[in-house]
Design a protein around this ligand. Structure first.
Ligand code: SF4
Length: 319
């Protein structure tokens, strides 16, 4: 019997059922756009490794993504877990860092940099734990794990270092062994996330998905179900723009809080860092209090109001 294999890049996926299809050899179907996102990430990897070298890291780059030379697998009950780690690296401060390179869009990068891998991208942390577990089983020392992230919009590079956790790895192994042991596809499990089906390469095999998402056009109840690429792209773009704008606002507030504390309250009016000069200008302005005016002169509000038609686009995840 061919041993079941769970790839490190899959172990953090939230749906148990997806993992079951993967380890049981079901044919996957990756959307063209998703595949191209993977391809861009793979193509950028050697460039990112060059940047690491320029920044003083000594790297061993396992080039070739899924066809990379170095494969690390460890046996667990019912099968194997492992895959192809991207990079081993070290510098004068830290040795034996096992790292994975991730290219991200602006929104994902901002959120990951702000919150860290363990909170924002637990699936990356799980992936790195599996590589580390297999590496250590093969006798290679691992002192730290790292995600090397690159913002595809700005080319900013950020490294998030974190520790290997035996407790986390035990949970990963427990889940993998349970999925290996099942003869039929399980339910999604308690780690399921609402976004998972959208990125699932086994949706065509999945009864749960098929029952929820009939791919026909249904204009009953005013909901038009569609796969029309222009509409799909526009909705995804609008969703991303809103998330980006929210993340940007939060970042701006964080930065302003620091500057308030460390610059404005010290009475400093101007600060320079390299080629950037920050100048503080304090102003006061008068705003029209429309709520108070409405209360005081309800009859005037009626007289000076006019009707303007507009459309609001709300986006929410379907149940
Ligand atoms: S379609 Fe959704 S429920 Fe079905 S296997 Fe994929 S992620 Fe899981």
């Amino acid at each position: 019997m061919i041993p079941k294999i769970m790839q490190a890049s899959k172990v953090g996926f939230p749906c148990d059922r997806n993992l079951w299809y993967a380890v049981n050899g079901y044919e996957s179907e990756i959307k063209t756009r998703t595949q191209r996102i993977f391809d861009v990430g793979t193509a950028l990897e050697p460039i990112v490794v060059d940047w690491l070298n320029q920044d003083g890291w000594v790297t061993f780059y396992n080039s070739g993504s899924q066809r990379a030379e170095l494969e690390l697998y460890a046996n667990i009950k019912g099968g194997k877990i492992g895959g192809h780690p991207d990079v081993f690296m070290e510098n004068s401060y830290v040795n034996n860092v096992l790292a994975d390179i991730k290219t991200m869009n602006e929104r994902a990068f901002i959120s990951w940099k702000r919150n860290g891998t363990l909170k924002d991208k637990p699936q990356y942390a799980d992936q790195l734990h599996v590589y580390a577990y297999a590496a250590m089983a093969a006798g290679a020392p691992v002192d730290k794990l790292a995600v090397v992230g690159v913002n595809k919009n700005t080319s900013e590079l950020h490294i998030d270092l974190f520790d290997y956790s035996e407790e986390r790895m035990n949970e990963i192994i427990k889940r993998a062994e349970r999925i290996f042991s099942l003869d039929t596809p399980p339910e999604q499990g308690d780690r399921m996330e609402s976004w998972a089906c959208q990125y699932c390469e086994f949706a065509k095999h999945c009864d749960i998905y098929q029952a929820k998402h009939k791919q026909d056009t249904d204009v009953g109840n005013s909901i038009m179900k569609t796969n029309e690429p222009d509409i799909v792209n526009a909705i995804e773009l609008l969703k991303e723009a809103r998330e980006l704008s929210k993340a940007g606002k939060e970042l701006e507030n964080d930065a302003k809080a620091v500057l308030d504390e460390q610059v404005r309250k010290q009475g400093v009016k101007s600060v320079s860092i390299g080629s950037l000069i920050l100048t503080l200008t304090e102003t006061s302005s008068t705003r029209f209090d429309s709520t108070a005016f409405k209360k005081a002169h309800p009859e005037l509000i009626q007289e000076f109001s006019k009707t303007i038609n507009s459309v609001t686009y709300n986006i929410k995840e379907s149940a």
